[in-house]
Design a protein around this ligand. Structure first.
Ligand SMILES: Cc1cc2nc3c(=O)[nH]c(=O)nc-3n(C[C@H](O)[C@H](O)[C@H](O)COP(=O)(O)O)c2cc1C
Length: 262
């Protein structure tokens, strides 16, 4: 197996970090790799904020659904979908006047532009993750950055067409974390399709979830009455307070993005 595949197939999320700092050179390599990621139309529809201020990290550890390890991460990057840079440039380049002359309406960034920018942003983030991993530096995504939009917007001074997409914590793993087993994935038969989508029936879904359901039942009868992995995921994640806040926050982001005011 080549070394790239070894890195890809052995990666796991790291949430506990050793005291070994991430050096300036390593940070620069991670950022350079991220910026070499494929990007729609070579537009780089993202910005990356290096969160180096401890007070900011402490705040994110609270606002991102109370995850204290964020405050302890040696290197934290905030990945933002960014259409502001291009739209500001369009305006600076005189497109408003050019639109008037052509008697066409000025088009502002819309939903499709947002999704494209999100794609760019996540591809850059994952490239950073793999670059770090190749140097022995572990990482963990923080999806909860999608919560509390208004707080994060004010904290990082984000204009209308810049939205937080993901936060990534980086750091060398402790020996215990380095030795920890990788979490299993669903079998290939449930995930990979041939030529057309095939919806799974209840028995296939049960088979897919069997190892996770076994873990729940092995722990004995639960006080909360949860019987299987489906109910566990539904109540503890999908219908949990943080998911409801995430949806509220993303609705606020979409509303702000779609407001047509210059
Ligand atoms: C979009 C996204 C959001 C995530 N958010 C969090 C998070 O907020 N907190 C956390 O501890 N892990 C988070 N993770 C890490 C996942 O929990 C982890 O990738 C998953 O459990 C599989 O484990 P592995 O990465 O070790 O294979 C996130 C991962 C992704 C891709």
């Amino acid at each position: 197996m080549n070394t790239t595949l070894e890195v890809l197939l052995n990666r796991k999320s790291i949430r506990v970090y050793s005291d070994q700092p991430v050096t300036l050179e390593e940070k620069e390599t991670i950022l350079q790799a991220a910026m070499r990621a494929p990007t729609a139309g070579n537009m780089m529809l993202y910005s990356i904020i290096e969160v180096e201020d401890q007070a900011l990290k402490d705040r994110l550890a609270i606002t991102c659904d109370h995850q204290p390890f964020i405050a302890k991460a040696p290197y934290v990057l905030l990945f933002l979908a960014d259409y502001q840079r291009w739209f500001d440039y369009y305006l600076a380049a005189g497109v408003e006047k050019a639109c008037r002359e052509r008697e066409v309406q000025l088009r502002c960034p819309e939903e499709g532009d947002l999704l494209l920018a999100c794609n760019d942003t996540l591809i850059a983030a994952q490239t950073a993750v793999i670059a770090a991993e190749s140097m022995g530096i572990g990482s963990c995504y923080i999806g909860d950055i999608l919560e509390q939009y208004e707080v994060h917007r004010d904290l990082f001074n984000l204009p209308q067409y810049v939205l937080p997409v993901t936060l990534v914590c980086f750091g060398y793993p402790t020996p215990e974390q380095a030795a920890r087993k990788m979490p299993p994935r669903f079998g290939k038969e449930f995930i990979i399709h041939q030529n057309t989508y095939r919806r799974l029936d209840a028995s296939e879904l049960e088979k897919m979830m069997q190892p996770r359901s076994d873990q729940i039942t092995a722990a004995g009868t639960r006080k909360d009455g949860i019987e299987n992995a489906g109910q566990f995921n539904y109540f503890k994640k999908f219908n949990a307070e943080f998911s409801i806040e995430m949806s509220r926050s993303v609705r606020a982001m979409m509303k702000s993005w779609s407001q047509k005011e210059l």
